[in-house]
Design a binder for this molecule. Structure first.
Ligand SMILES: *Cc1c(COP(=O)(O)O)cnc(C)c1O
Length: 344
């Protein structure tokens, strides 16, 4: 039985062609700034996002945490959406490593409104904790792969500028937003002092993320904290080559993942036990609920596994399925048949 793994777009394996690119990569010691492939990747992504500089790091978590550490002083506050990756899935690193307090703002499917962000910015009085940074996530993972409307970003930017607070974008899946809207990545990136992007999600590289900024002093701090956090690698060109390959070959095809996600959502809607709004599927993430079924969420996950389909339970009745380059349209249809059998 061929497993259909819809747990995450991180489960993809490097293609033969990607492995060849990795094997052929020219390398050097990146702590000395001498890895030509890392340098090429950094220049390429900086160019794509319209930023002056990019820093290659092992993971998206590290990119986000370098941004927080470089923007904020211990004892300050960082605004982030309640379900943000920075809040939920980074092991409390903002508190543990940067010494900052996170101020949660509950968005609608992960999207905060400018009025909410403005209300969360602390007054500059001597009693109040000080707001150091505002973080947005595009697309929003736990929100359901939601695309941040550019107009909302522009209005949040105006609020941030009025209060003198910088902004960071967790763009782990920025290229999914780009594929869905056909906006250039720089159209989003221009509104943020720092941006992180992942190569290891839908782009299909085995590892690697980048942190981007226009500010040389910010880049210098981030580079030093990368070293502090243990993320300064040596012949990292082997990994960077996979990232270059992914950017050259796997960005355009993200649209296929979005089509597959919509197909999955439309077909799941036909199953009586499933509650889902296919209109809420913006990109490659499908979140749905199973209502009134005698099986618990973990029992449903286990029963699907028996059928060769892997998904994640993300709540008492909610589930997440993610499409990616190792799942075909045919496999989506096979997966839906398994759902129908399990939830009959
Ligand atoms: C995956 C992800 C990250 C980074 O995850 P790593 O596993 O550390 O690479 C950051 N933000 C979002 C929204 C993500 O989905």
């Amino acid at each position: 039985m061929r497993i259909i793994d819809l747990r995450s777009d991180t489960v993809t394996k490097p293609t033969e062609a990607m492995r060849e690119a990795m094997a052929r990569a020219e390398v050097g010691d990146d702590v000395y700034g001498e890895d030509p492939t890392v340098n090429r990747l950094q220049e390429m992504v900086a160019g794509l996002l319209g930023k002056k500089a990019a820093l290659f790091v092992p993971s998206g978590t590290m990119a986000n945490q370098l941004a927080i550490r470089s923007h904020a002083q211990p004892g300050q506050e960082v605004i982030a959406e309640t379900k943000a990756h920075i809040v939920r899935y980074e092991q409390g690193a903002a508190g543990a490593l940067a010494g900052v307090q996170l101020h949660w703002v509950a968005g609608d499917r992960g999207i905060m409104q400018p009025e909410q962000v403005e209300a969360a910015i602390r007054p500059k009085d001597p009693h109040s904790i000080q707001t150091a940074l505002i973080c947005l996530e595009n697309t929003h993972n736990a929100g359901g792969g939601t695309i941040y409307p550019l107009s909302t970003i522009e209005r949040i930017r105006a609020v941030a500028s009025a209060h003198g607070v910088p902004m960071h974008l967790d763009g782990a899946r920025l290229f999914n937003a780009v594929a869905a809207t056909t906006l250039p990545p720089a159209a989003y990136a221009q509104h943020f002092e720092t941006v992180s992007v992942c190569l290891s999600k839908g782009l299909g590289a085995p590892a690697g993320s980048l942190l981007l900024t226009n500010d040389p002093a910010m880049m210098d701090r981030a580079r030093r904290f990368r070293r502090m956090y243990g993320g300064a690698m040596r012949q990292a060109g082997i990994l960077a080559a996979a990232g270059i390959y992914a950017l050259e070959h796997h960005v355009g095809r993200l649209k296929d993942d979005h089509e597959n996600a919509k197909r999955l959502a439309r077909k799941l809607q036909q199953i009586p036990a499933i509650s889902i709004n296919p209109q809420h599927v913006d990109t490659n993430i499908v979140i749905f609920d199973v209502v009134g079924n005698r099986l618990s969420a973990s029992a449903i996950v286990a029963a699907l596994k028996q059928e060769g389909v892997l998904i994640n339970a993300i709540g008492v009745t909610s589930f997440r399925a993610v499409t990616h380059l190792d799942v075909s349209t045919k496999q989506i249809d096979v997966a839906v048949e398994a759902f129908a059998r399990v939830l009959r």
